[in-house]
Design a protein around this ligand. Structure first.
Ligand code: NDP
Length: 330
């Protein structure tokens, strides 16, 4: 068995040296426990925060210890009632090939209903984040002009499509390459998409939203947030999901400089954590599950193979190497 450990805490942008892949014994399940052989590992932006020592809403990873995160695997040994050998389960002990778990810590998946890895993306945490942020936090209404940054990522690509399906007047997305912009426009039905590396976000957004923005779903922060504030209409709403442009920063962010507009525009800006929106999971699955099955919502994955390459997958995620959800296939 193998596991990925945090070798050292990064200063700024992480490097491969911050990780170590170690050979370990296959763990033994105790009474009432199961052994899972992982088949899919999730790498997610929030893990960057856990590599630092600062306390946040999830505890930091410990130096020298195995990391964890979302994963899917197959039960290969079971001493538990209700979970059988061969079951496919979703759980939280990723970054390793084998995991011992109590059955209360896993969710058994139905491999017939959808490709299992969709439970790490469109039908899982990123999908619920998109749903909760757009509808519950930002209160998107029919006719709204919606702008989402990080639009070609796991969360952003679902935000834009949900907005379109619920009758947004205009859906605008930004992403970091021409290929991603093409995907947003041609395959996901965004009305406008732009590459934020092509010029100032403020100018590109103003052109994309001549009548202003009603809802901004922020995945990026910094210049994107500043541009969105400037483009926001009176009583606009900002759901702050993430600020990935700052996760590797060693200095405080210079933007947004225009926050005072919150007064005259009377806009709302609300941060949120998906974990507080568990009550929406069933409603989300009832609405999005059928759309995923019949192709009404498109999703894609960028798949990296092998546990040794999990750190590469994570570094690539931070630098935009993914379209849709970044996953590691074991
Ligand atoms: P993504 O699949 O969107 O991957 C991250 C993407 O961020 C990259 O592909 C890259 O795309 C983009 N990016 C990286 N650096 C920058 C930068 N400096 N400026 C602009 N874009 C950048 O990840 P997720 O969908 O999993 O997460 C998206 C956001 O949502 C993150 O901020 C994450 O922290 C947050 N999140 C928050 C949750 C919550 O509960 N609040 C839950 C889940 C996610 P590109 O090529 O376009 O630059």
């Amino acid at each position: 068995a193998k596991e990925v450990r945090l070798a050292s805490r990064p200063e700024g942008t992480p490097t491969l040296d911050n990780f170590a892949v170690a050979e370990v014994e296959v763990p033994k399940p105790g009474a009432g426990q199961i052994l899972v052989r992982n088949t899919w590992l999730s790498v997610d932006p929030y893990m960057r925060g856990r590599m630092s020592s600062a306390r946040s809403y999830v505890a930091p990873f410990e130096v020298g210890k195995v990391m964890d995160g979302g994963a899917i695997g197959e039960v290969v040994e079971s001493n538990a009632d209700g979970v059988a050998v061969g079951d496919v389960v979703l759980h939280g002990l990723g970054w390793r090939t084998h995991a011992v778990l109590d059955p209360s810590r896993v969710r058994v998946l139905d491999p017939e209903a959808a490709p299992v890895q969709a439970h790490l993306s469109v039908l899982g945490m990123p999908g619920l984040t998109a749903y909760a942020g757009l509808f519950d936090v930002a209160g998107m209404r029919e006719g709204d002009t919606v702008f989402v940054s990080g639009a070609a990522g796991a969360v952003g690509s679902i935000v834009g499509q949900l907005a379109r399906l619920r009758g947004a007047g205009r859906v605008i997305g930004s992403a970091g390459s021409a290929e991603k912009v093409r995907w947003l426009r041609d395959d996901l039905g965004f009305d406008v998409a732009f590459n934020y590396k092509d010029g100032p976000v403020r100018d590109q957004l103003r052109e994309a939203a001549p009548d202003g923005v009603d809802v901004y779903f922020d995945n990026v922060g910094g210049d994107h947030l500043e541009a969105a504030i400037s483009a926001l209409n009176v009583h606009g709403r900002i759901a702050v999901c993430g600020m990935i442009s700052q996760y590797n920063a060693t200095e405080p962010a210079p933007a947004p400089r225009n926050l005072a507009q919150i007064i005259a525009k009377r806009f709302t800006m609300r941060g949120f954590l998906v974990g507080d929106h568990e009550h929406l999971r069933q409603e989300f699955l009832d609405e999005v599950g059928p759309l995923v099955r019949d192709g009404g919502i498109a999703y894609t994955e960028t798949v990296v193979r092998g546990i040794e390459r999990a750190p590469h997958a994570f570094l690539d995620l931070l630098s935009g190497g993914n379209t849709g959800k970044m996953l590691v296939r074991l």
